[in-house]
Write a protein that binds this ligand. Structure first.
Ligand SMILES: NC(=O)c1ccc[n+]([C@@H]2O[C@H](COP(=O)([O-])OP(=O)(O)OC[C@H]3O[C@@H](n4cnc5c(N)ncnc54)[C@H](O)[C@@H]3O)[C@@H](O)[C@H]2O)c1
Length: 253
């Protein structure tokens, strides 16, 4: 069977859990060597180990995507271990507890924007020189339906995810001619630790809207990983700066 990422070198953030873990595993199944990066090193190690046990190639590194020194160290380590980087998946993210503006402290705002928006920016800035040197690459950014509409998160999260779509478009426009494709994924509710937090702590109206999608269920992380795979490999060769909604119909009703 042909492998869609055969010989490619991929870096995935947030690889210790949820969608990042599913994407790291999917990329490895399709032949990529994977650097599994996460703030939680033990979780990243567990993902890398499960890839290796399945016959793939992976290693893990700790990164705090909101910290430039940490990002640069992780990218240097990834380039050394993988021998280059062809694919970057910016998946790490945190939620803001659905806080409206009046309940958003400056500290909460900075933390959410730092991880969810500055994180993909710092990672992209650190990876681009290597990709450009190699003649190109693909970047997959994790946005959300909160990148299009309100009520997919609070003020900081929704602002950050709208920003991720802007970063995706601008980077795609600036570097497309040099072989870089950048696209975003915008999921609705996906069954991960983050969604469990919403269902455990969210308001009734929020939970109702999550459960009322036409698909009648939440997504599995593997369903999102399939879209990430499409955007990362050459099958999507004419897709530049797009933001793909994958939400079970949440935003059409
Ligand atoms: N779960 C959903 O329904 C949903 C929907 C739309 C978008 N998203 C987005 O998908 C992405 C993944 O979410 P998930 O649901 O898989 O969550 P998750 O909580 O299962 O995984 C998030 C991972 O990111 C890591 N992380 C957190 N802060 C970090 C940092 N500073 N540096 C590096 N790693 C860090 C965590 O350790 C964790 O392993 C996030 O960007 C989230 O905003 C989630």
């Amino acid at each position: 069977m042909s492998q869609k990422l055969k010989g490619r070198k991929a870096v995935v953030t947030g690889a210790g859990s949820g969608m990042g873990r599913a994407i790291a595993k999917r990329f490895a199944e399709e032949g990529a060597s994977v650097a599994a990066l996460d703030l939680d090193l033990a979780a990243a190690e567990s993902t890398a180990q499960s890839i290796v046990e399945a016959g793939g190639t992976a290693f893990s590194l700790r990164v705090d995507v909101s910290d430039d020194a940490s990002v640069r160290a992780a990218i240097d380590g990834s380039v050394t271990a993988l021998g280059g980087i062809d694919v970057l998946a910016n998946i790490a993210g945190i939620l803001d507890g659905y806080a409206p503006v009046l309940e958003t402290s400056e500290q909460l705002w900075d933390r959410i924007i730092g991880v969810d928006l500055k994180g993909p920016f710092l990672m992209t800035r650190a990876v681009l020189p290597t990709m450009l040197e190699n003649g190109g690459g693909t970047i997959v950014n994790m946005a959300s339906i909160a990148g299009f509409v309100a009520r997919g998160g609070g003020a900081a999260y929704t602002s950050a995810k709208h920003g991720v779509i802007g970063l995706t478009k601008q980077t795609a426009a600036d570097y497309g001619l040099r072989g870089i494709r950048v696209n975003a994924i915008c999921p609705g509710a996906v069954e991960t630790a983050m969604t469990k937090q919403i269902l455990d702590e969210g308001e009734a109206a929020v939970i109702e809207s999550i459960n009322a999608v036409p698909a009648g269920r939440h997504a599995q992380p593997e369903e999102i990983a399939n879209l990430a795979l499409f955007l990362a490999n050459d099958e999507s060769s004419f897709v530049h700066g797009a933001a793909y909604v994958i939400d079970g119909g949440w935003t059409i009703v």
